[in-house]
Design a protein around this ligand. Structure first.
Ligand code: FE2
Length: 289
């Protein structure tokens, strides 16, 4: 008796398995699965994966899944430290003159409360006071009034509210603002500190085993969105922060690094409702149509 069709072999494994997806009705899913199989088999052959290593990989992925809940997404972290999040982001948002994007990160896990322009997002009241000003424009420099500006950041010790429930007030350093008719926005906050990504799980173990540090340079997260334009997910990085050159998740882009200069001007401080002196940063956001 002879079997029609090709059986599995070491040499031809990728092609044999890829062909099993030939009948997938969705052509995009077919393409993705066939390419995945080709690369995955090439990788296994390249390193000649042992059975123990394969079992370890399965255990690692299992544990990664078990570490996911409402406020912790270990798979996003894994994607981040492998540079995949950044690659997907970059491929999908080739900027061409618009504000560059960067990773969403794992901390946009609660809805930002709506706040009025000028409000402070610092509910805990600790840290170096900072005035953030900005303007949202479109490709021709036209102001994008009414743009939604969603902001979240770590505090002066490098923690997000969700990491220390009961210690940090809920929604601390989060806010959803609406840009004024001329596209401008402004709010009060504190200067964020660099921080380690959550490293008490399998991804942290992977970093330690490979001699990598878990730190991200200090940054403020933004999602800016407006009808008729493509939203941008990005950060502003603090120029003085350590780890700008070695962000654990590869999120830094030159165009997103800003000085946060000190303003020593009692009159201006009173005007914006901050103690004197205070820090400032300005963000011109250019959206694509
Ligand atoms: Fe962050």
């Amino acid at each position: 008796m002879s079997i029609s069709g090709e059986l599995f072999s070491e040499e031809r494994s990728a092609d044999v398995v890829a062909r099993s997806f030939d009948g997938a009705p969705d052509p995009r899913l077919r393409r993705i699965m066939q390419s995945l199989v080709q690369h995955l088999h090439a990788f296994v052959k390249d390193v000649e994966l042992t059975e123990a290593e394969w079992a370890q990989a399965i255990a690692f992925l299992t544990e990664t899944g078990h570490r996911c809940d409402d406020v912790r997404q270990e798979f996003v972290l894994l994607s981040d430290v492998l540079g995949v999040s950044m690659l997907v982001e970059t491929i999908n948002h080739r900027a061409a003159g618009a504000t560059e994007s960067t990773v969403l990160g794992p901390f946009h896990v609660v809805e930002s409360p709506r706040r009025e322009l000028g409000d402070s997002v610092s509910l805990a009241g600790q840290g170096e006071p900072c005035l953030v000003t900005g303007r949202v424009t479109g490709p021709d420099g036209e102001p994008v009034g009414g743009a939604a500006v969603d902001v979240w950041q770590a505090d002066d010790e490098g923690f997000y509210d969700v990491q220390r429930p009961g210690v940090i007030p809920e929604a601390n350093l989060r806010g959803l603002f609406t840009a004024a008719a001329d596209g401008t926005f402004w709010f009060r906050t504190v200067v964020p500190r660099h921080y380690p990504i959550p490293d008490d799980g399998p991804v942290g173990r992977l970093l330690r085993a490979t001699g990598r540090h878990p730190y991200r340079p200090a940054h403020i997260h933004f999602i800016v969105a407006a009808e008729g334009y493509q939203p941008v997910t990005t950060h502003l990085f603090v120029a003085e922060s350590p780890y700008l050159e070695s962000d654990a998740v590869f999120g830094v882009k030159d165009s997103l690094v800003r000085q946060f200069p000190v303003v020593d001007d009692a009159e201006r401080a009173a005007e914006v409702g901050l103690p004197n002196p205070f820090r400032t940063v300005h963000f011109e956001v250019r959206l694509r149509r």
